[in-house]
Design a protein around this ligand. Structure first.
Ligand code: SF4
Length: 402
């Protein structure tokens, strides 16, 4: 991981973006903004999933009126998304939003852009310059031979110049493209060009899982290079999935503290003593319901499981009809296989309540010895032939010799 690039800091309501602020997670509602209750319900779900800032479209007068009722009741700051009509930007500010997103590709008259910037300056509100490869200024696209990284950055710089004319620099910028290499290069170039906070996104990434993979490729690459101050996954899915994906990415990169469960599981192989996929799903479901901030491992066999997942706070490995529960690699309890998921949940709750050290200190005295014996027996039984190939070959020979 490269050190984080130093950027200026802006405030979207109470949420700092840029500078040394934690990288924030954004998403966008899919409801009609005029539907106040429906939009608020989605905003609450997003906030519950770890979203820091929510954007709502402001595409008509009714939407601006909806914002006037949504903003005071929202648990997180609201950004109004503006396309084409600069008057709706003015209306959204009047409605009380904490920031705006303007698309320079479709609000092109300098006097309109400057009018919005002047009003934002008077109200102390930041604006995101949201450049999008699909709606680039035609003259910029023509000059650069299409939506190249240079064209995306040129569009942002032109908008910045209009803002500077009215002495406005409370700005963050995005240069999104659906083509991941173009998006990565555009942000790299932008980060060399300006020191404003950057909002990262792969636009129109599509439905999961491909949309998540494309977004993660773009966002993860840039974040690992220290580029990016706030992120959005643009998925064709329930926006809660966007927030969850954003949260997971930042936690995986160590850029945000773990808020909930991190379930790791082995991919399973011929050595597996249980249905790893089924047990992992059951464990995930049970643990997520309780929202415990732990890393929990589900490992298919006791031969390699506890060792490979020794970094996990808690884990379970299967062997010889039993579940071996381990805490940071030490086996603390052995239970019958049928009880392993329940025991895992029980242990997780105990660790959250008492702490890891206390649980290790209270480990069952003979758990490690039972686990070691099971491990040995398994190695002896299965040896290197975990898939029973020798046994099968023997049977095939018997059949064919008959
Ligand atoms: S933990 Fe055991 S079952 Fe899982 S992948 Fe490793 S060897 Fe295979």
């Amino acid at each position: 991981m490269q050190p984080r690039r130093v950027t200026r800091q802006v405030y979207v309501g109470s949420v700092a973006v840029g500078g040394d602020a934690p990288i924030s997670i954004q998403s966008m509602t899919t409801t009609k903004t005029a539907d106040v209750d429906g939009t608020l319900a989605q905003i609450y779900s997003l906030a519950g999933a770890g979203c820091d800032i929510v954007r709502c479209t402001c595409n008509e007068e009714e939407a601006a009126e909806g914002l006037a009722q949504i903003v005071p009741r929202s648990p997180v700051p609201i950004i109004a998304d503006i396309h084409f009509q600069y008057r709706l930007a003015l209306a959204a500010m009047e409605a009380g939003v904490q920031a705006l997103r303007l698309n320079p590709g479709n609000i092109r008259k300098p006097e309109h852009i400057k009018a919005v910037a002047r009003e934002a300056k008077d109200r102390g509100l930041p604006i995101r310059i949201g450049v999008n490869a699909g709606s680039l200024d035609p003259d910029i696209a023509a000059r650069h031979g299409g939506a190249t990284p240079e064209a995306l950055v040129a569009s942002a710089v032109r908008e910045l110049d209009y803002f500077r004319d009215v002495d406005f620099d409370d700005v963050k910028i995005s240069v999104k493209a659906s083509n991941v290499p173009v998006m990565i290069d555009a942000y790299r170039l932008l980060s060399e060009t300006v020191d404003y906070p950057l909002h990262l996104g792969v636009t129109e990434a599509g439905p999961p899982p491909a949309g998540v993979v494309k977004s993660t490729a773009g966002l993860g690459t840039l974040l690992a290079e220290g580029i990016g101050d706030t992120i959005r996954y643009s998925l064709t899915a329930d926006p809660v999935e966007e927030a969850q994906a954003g949260r997971t990415l930042l936690e995986a990169l160590g850029l945000r503290e773990r808020q909930g469960l991190d379930l790791i599981a082995c991919p399973s192989c011929g050595r597996a003593e249980i249905d790893v996929i089924g047990v992992a799903k059951a464990a995930q479901h049970a643990l997520e319901e309780r929202n415990l901030p732990l890393q929990v491992a589900v490992m298919g066999c006791v031969v390699n499981g506890p060792g490979e997942a020794r970094g996990a706070d808690l884990g379970i490995a299967a062997g010889r009809g039993k579940g071996h529960l381990f805490v940071r690699g030490t086996v603390v309890r052995v239970v019958p296989e049928a009880e392993m998921v329940d025991a895992l949940v029980e242990e997780a709750e105990r660790i959250v309540e008492e702490g890891i050290e206390a649980r290790l200190a209270a480990a069952d005295a003979n758990a490690e010895a039972i686990a070691a014996a099971d491990r040995e027996q398994l190695v002896e039984l299965r040896g290197t032939d975990a898939n029973h190939a020798a046994e099968r070959i023997e049977k095939i020979r018997e059949i064919t010799e008959r």
